[in-house]
Ligand binder design. Structure first.
Ligand code: ADQ
Length: 459
């Protein structure tokens, strides 16, 4: 088998960044084949083209480039995070369309592609990640690479009616069809993309399921990403996890914990969640003084303007709820705008009675899978999951909710808090089975099997 070449905006060159799901999966794959990982160094400099950083760790080679201030602003902050991110999360209203930013996005994809193409060897397989590099396949083809290129999109792919709002939709779709395999998180995303190609690009579905479009063929599949289930289960039993559980236990004083853990982002449905928590206390007086909701949401992608507004909205909502219902010895809704490490989160999940994962739209959502793996089998908590997270296609034993329906969500939280132990166990066992079987290695193997099949010509 040839080398695996990974390309993603951020890499795991920094050992501290290797804890996340994607970093672990890609890292493991690269280690087994002695691969190379290309991406952004995280630094901004004046002359980025001259400054390549290379390093080797555990047989994996990293080749990283810096970005110029202009590239960082236009490619990363504007086009990737303020155009693609909102549109792909179905939020055309939040997109700041910008033709100039797109040109820089094109140029960065091309610049990184030529840096990669110079180092590719026959027999290599290329695996590109996420919305920062939608055009990478096309740029690599232009740079002369004709071997297999796989692409995995970590965020949702919107329905054609939404995708068409992007002025560059046809350019992007055409470029994407230069990938040999395109992977999405869910069946819904796969079907949205396929429908766009059929309706707008005259794609034909071949007998083997691949699409014939723009004079080429492309395999389009759903490969739902998983977590390192075993290690998260172990993380929940560590000393650090127990310490975190004890610390929050002192605050709870025997009350039931409802927990939410998210990156602070408008896609995560936090204001709607806070309003539903308000409804819970409005509609179910027995929760007063007996239930405590803790939301952990540290800022990220924080340079984007919307974050500030979101933060203000959450402060206002939490203030209202705590003002109305709080007491000398009880804070109904606690909101912690900081991050905790993996073991601490696992400990908090483990003692929670209810896990609230209610994004308005999410590619997959890994927090819900982590919540499942952290539970105590003798006394498992209840997972409440948005039907708009990719994970809802797999985790059918969760309590699935529409996060916009606040009254219903309040009712479901109450249902979760009062669910008998037998039903909690039954649901949890089903969830655990899915999360364990369809874990991060399962995801990686499924994707790479399809990519390798092209390399060996057996597909
Ligand atoms: P994200 O939007 O970042 O990822 P998610 O999958 O929920 O979303 O979380 C990623 C990781 O960050 C998890 O391991 C989680 O524990 C950690 N995390 C989240 N909030 C945290 C907090 N407050 N403190 C500490 N850690 C926290 C994108 C897509 C998702 C997709 C992933 C992987 O948006 O839909 O599931 O990539 O493909």
């Amino acid at each position: 088998m040839g080398r695996l070449i990974a390309i993603s905006n951020r890499t795991a060159a920094d050992p501290g960044a290797r804890a996340g799901g994607l970093a672990v999966a890609v890292w493991e794959s690269l280690k087994s084949t002695g691969g190379v990982w290309f991406g952004w160094s995280g630094d901004i400099v004046e002359q980025p083209t001259r400054s390549l950083h290379t390093m080797k760790d555990d047989g994996v080679e990293f080749v990283l480039t810096d970005l110029s201030q202009h590239e960082h602003d236009q490619y990363y902050l504007k086009y990737a995070n303020s155009v693609l991110w909102p549109v792909f999360h179905y939020r055309i209203d939040l997109a700041s369309f910008d033709a100039d930013a797109f040109q820089v996005y094109v140029a960065v994809n091309q610049r990184i592609a030529s840096m990669v193409a110079d180092r590719l060897k026959e027999g290599d397989s290329v695996w590109v990640h996420d919305y920062h590099f939608l055009l990478m396949g096309d740029s690599l083809r232009r740079a002369g690479w004709d071997g297999p290129i796989g692409f995995f999109l970590h965020i949702p792919f919107p329905p054609p009616e939404v995708f068409r709002a992007l002025p560059e939709h046809l350019w992007i779709a055409r470029a994407m069809c230069n990938y040999s395999v395109i992977g999405f998180q869910s069946e819904q995303d796969r079907s949205n993309f396929t429908r766009y190609l059929i309706e707008d690009c005259k794609a034909k579905v071949l007998d083997d399921g691949r699409l014939e479009v723009f004079a080429t063929t492309v395999k389009v599949e759903a490969y739902p990403i998983g977590i390192d289930a075993e290690s998260f289960e172990a993380a929940a039993k560590t000393e650090k996890a127990q310490e975190a559980a004890e610390r929050i236990g002192r605050f709870l004083g025997g009350r039931s914990l409802v927990i939410g853990v998210d990156r602070m982002d408008y896609s995560k449905g936090l204001p709607q969640r806070f309003e539903a928590v308000g409804r819970l206390f409005d509609d179910y007086p027995e929760t007063h003084g007996t239930v405590s909701v803790t939301q952990i949401a540290p800022p990220s992608r924080s340079k984007v303007e919307e974050y500030r507004e979101l933060r203000q909205t959450l402060d206002r909502l939490a203030g209202r709820i705590n003002g109305d219902y709080g007491d000398l010895d009880w804070i109904p809704l606690r909101y912690l705008a900081r991050s905790y490490d993996r073991e601490e989160l696992a400990g908090l999940f483990r003692i929670a009675r209810v896990g609230l994962v209610t994004p308005l739209r999410d590619g997959m959502n890994l927090v819900c899978k982590e919540f499942v793996m952290a539970q105590d089998e003798e006394d498992p908590g209840v997972l409440i999951l948005s039907e708009f997270a990719g994970a809802a296609e797999q985790l059918k034993a969760a309590l699935l909710v529409n996060p916009h329906d606040k009254r219903k969500l309040a009712e479901v939280i109450h249902h979760g808090l009062t669910m008998p132990i037998e039903e909690r166990r039954e649901r949890w066992l089903e969830l655990r089975k899915v999360v364990t079987e369809q874990d991060i290695s399962w995801w990686r193997q499924n994707f790479l099997k399809d990519l390798d099949a092209l390399q060996t010509g057996s597909s």
